[in-house]
Structure formats: structure tokens, C-alpha cells
Design a protein around this ligand. Structure first.
Ligand SMILES: C[S@@+](CC[C@H](N)C(=O)[O-])C[C@H]1O[C@@H](n2cnc3c(N)ncnc32)[C@H](O)[C@@H]1O
Length: 316
């Protein structure tokens, strides 16, 4: 990176996000909550588009929030940035039920994490195995890779990475770490490659991609935060307001899809079938029967957008 130049994460499906916001009645003078402010890409677009709107932005990573602070400073007191996990949004949104027009989620991590954080999210450079998104997370990727049992590792890789070779990879890790601790991303990526049968190694995504993703999701407890946060968002968004969620992982998307579907049937509890005593009056209309995906032109310009899926629901 050139000195003095700030490269930002490119916001995914920006036009689609703005279009779904623009149909909300009174958006111009409402509050929009960006639950994953990152480097502020979506937030800035929203602030620019509606001059009377106020934006609350959540971001659990202090380092990246500092970038958003700088970028969004021209918008003064129209922006409130909160360094917290979006699962805690209820702590900050209390009393705002009548004014919140939308919650926006853009899950996962940012280009900054891969390219500039030096925290072990990227395996193409040699970085320490860390992967923590905030200080509340105590386990590092190093702890997991060097101390968890073979079975625990295999479970993490198969649950969060849906990795076909999870047992082989876990076994190889345990074998290699008995010779020498696995200290960095390059070592781990090489072990993953060695564990996978030769004919399956050459694919368009690097074999270590799913393993790194699985470790990150596990360490930062990302999926339960999504579940908890969506429930709160439904409680706080005003009638006619929307929840917009962009997922990059099928497990994230499944949580969003299930929540939206249950809400549309009037259920907002976690009980299944007969145990559910919810009133059955629909709570939302789902506006995306199928998730929207980025256009070819966006994928060409921003290949990291390729797995994005966007879903939207509107509160009744
Ligand atoms: C894909 S990036 C968002 C990019 C942003 N929309 C933009 O256009 O610049 C996702 C961000 O959400 C943050 N994040 C992930 N999980 C979070 C959580 N549970 N609470 C708050 N922020 C979270 C990550 O640290 C990351 O910066």
C-alpha cells in the first residue's frame, strides 16, 4: 500500500442495497443500522444518498472501525459508530423502535482483514495464526490448531467449512504438530494441501480456503451472533422497515433464510413444530423468494463478491 493512500473494501451489491432501502416509507428522515460497518462502504453510500438520514454502525473490530471513523467523519453527528458485536444491538437500540427503518448485514470479514490486518486470515502470506476479531475472543487459531484433539478439529472443519477431507486434514495437523508447533498461516496451508489427495488439489479455490474460513467462524462464534442479532433486529425495526442480509457462506445464508421463513409464518421462537406456540400471524413479508446474487459485471470487477447472496424481508 502506498503511504498515505487508503484502499477500501469494495461494498458488495451496492445498487441492490440502495434499491431495497429506497422503497421504505420515510427513509429520508429515519435511522438505518449498518450492523457490519467494516470500512464504511455501504454506510457511506447510504449517507450520501439520503441527506436527512441518521446511521448507526456496529463493528466488532476496533482496528477496522478506526478506518470507518475517518472515512465517515465528514457526515458529523449523522453517524454513530459503535464498537460492539451486533449480537448486542439491543443494548444500543433500546427506545429507537419507531425510528429504525432498516438493519443491514454484510457478514464475514473485510478485504482489510485479508490484506492488511496481519492476523492470519490470509494464507498466501506468512502471518501468525490468530484470527480473532475482537478482544472478547480468547482462543486464537494457534490454540485451536495446536491443542484441539483430532476429532474436535475434524468437527470444526466439517461443520463450519463443510470440508469433505476434514478427518484427513485433522489427522495430518495432529501428526505435523507432534514434530513442531504450527506457528503460521503458510505452514497450516501447506499441511492442508498435503492432506488432500492429489487429484482434488487443483481447483479454482485453494484447498485451505474452507479450513481457514471454518477456523475463523468457530473462533469468533460468528453463527450464533447472527442468530441472536436477527431476532433483536426484528424487534427493533419499525413496521414497514426492512432487514437486508448479505451472506457469503451457506451456513450464514441458511440462518437468514430460516429466520425469514419462520417470521413469515408468524413464528419468532426457537422451538420446532408442536412446541411452537407463536400466534401464527405473519410478522414479515419476504421480498426475495430466492436470494439475489451479484451481476456478472460486479463479479468481474470484484471477484470477492462472487458467493454473495442477498435476502430481504419487510416487517408487517
Ligand atoms: C464484509 S465486511 C463489511 C463491509 C462493509 N459493508 C463495507 O461496505 O465496507 C464485514 C464486517 O463485519 C464485521 N463483523 C463481523 N461479525 C460481526 C459482528 N458479530 N458484530 C459486528 N461486526 C461484525 C467484520 O469485522 C467486518 O469488518
Amino acid at each position: 500500500m502506498e503511504e498515505g493512500t487508503q484502499y477500501y473494501h469494495t461494498p458488495v451489491m451496492p445498487q441492490e442495497v440502495l434499491t431495497f432501502l429506497s422503497d421504505i416509507e420515510g427513509i429520508e428522515s429515519s435511522v438505518v443500522v449498518d450492523c457490519t460497518v467494516g470500512e464504511g462502504g455501504h454506510s457511506e453510500l447510504i449517507l450520501k444518498t439520503w441527506g436527512g438520514l441518521k446511521l448507526y454502525g456496529f463493528e466488532r473490530d476496533r482496528e477496522i472501525l478506526a478506518i470507518a471513523h475517518k472515512r465517515l467523519s465528514p457526515y458529523g453527528n449523522r453517524v454513530v459508530l459503535i464498537n460492539d458485536n451486533f449480537k448486542n444491538l439491543w443494548l444500543h437500540c433500546r427506545g429507537m423502535e419507531k425510528s429504525i427503518a432498516a438493519f443491514l448485514y454484510d457478514f464475514g470479514i473485510s478485504s482489510f482483514h485479508f490484506d492488511g490486518s496481519n492476523r492470519g486470515f490470509a494464507f498466501k502470506t506468512q502471518e501468525k495464526l490468530d484470527m480473532r476479531l475482537d478482544d472478547s475472543v480468547t482462543l486464537t487459531a494457534y490454540d485451536v490448531v495446536n491443542n484441539f484433539s483430532e476429532n474436535e478439529l475434524a468437527r470444526i472443519f466439517s461443520t463450519y467449512g463443510q470440508e469433505r477431507w476434514s478427518h484427513r486434514i485433522a489427522r495430518k495437523i495432529v501428526q505435523k504438530r507432534s514434530e513442531k508447533a504450527i506457528e503460521n498461516t503458510e505452514q497450516l496451508a501447506n499441511i492442508v494441501v498435503q492432506a488432500i489427495p492429489g487429484q482434488y488439489r487443483v481447483k479454482h479455490i485453494h484447498p485451505a480456503t474452507r479450513i481457514f474460513q471454518a477456523l475463523r467462524i468457530f473462533i469468533n462464534d460468528e453463527l450464533s451472533a447472527i442468530n441472536e442479532s436477527l431476532e433483536h433486529a426484528l424487534g427493533y425495526v419499525k413496521p414497514g422497515g426492512r432487514i437486508i442480509a448479505i451472506s457469503f457462506h451457506s451456513l450464514e445464508d441458511r440462518i437468514v433464510k430460516d429466520r425469514f421463513r419462520r417470521w413469515s409464518r408468524g413464528c419468532s421462537c426457537d422451538n420446532d413444530g408442536l412446541l411452537c406456540g407463536c400466534p401464527a400471524d405473519p410478522l414479515v413479508t419476504v421480498l426475495t423468494k430466492k436470494p439475489l446474487q451479484p451481476k456478472e459485471s460486479e463479479i468481474r470487477e470484484n471477484p470477492r463478491s462472487r458467493s454473495a447472496k442477498l435476502r430481504v424481508c419487510q416487517k408487517l
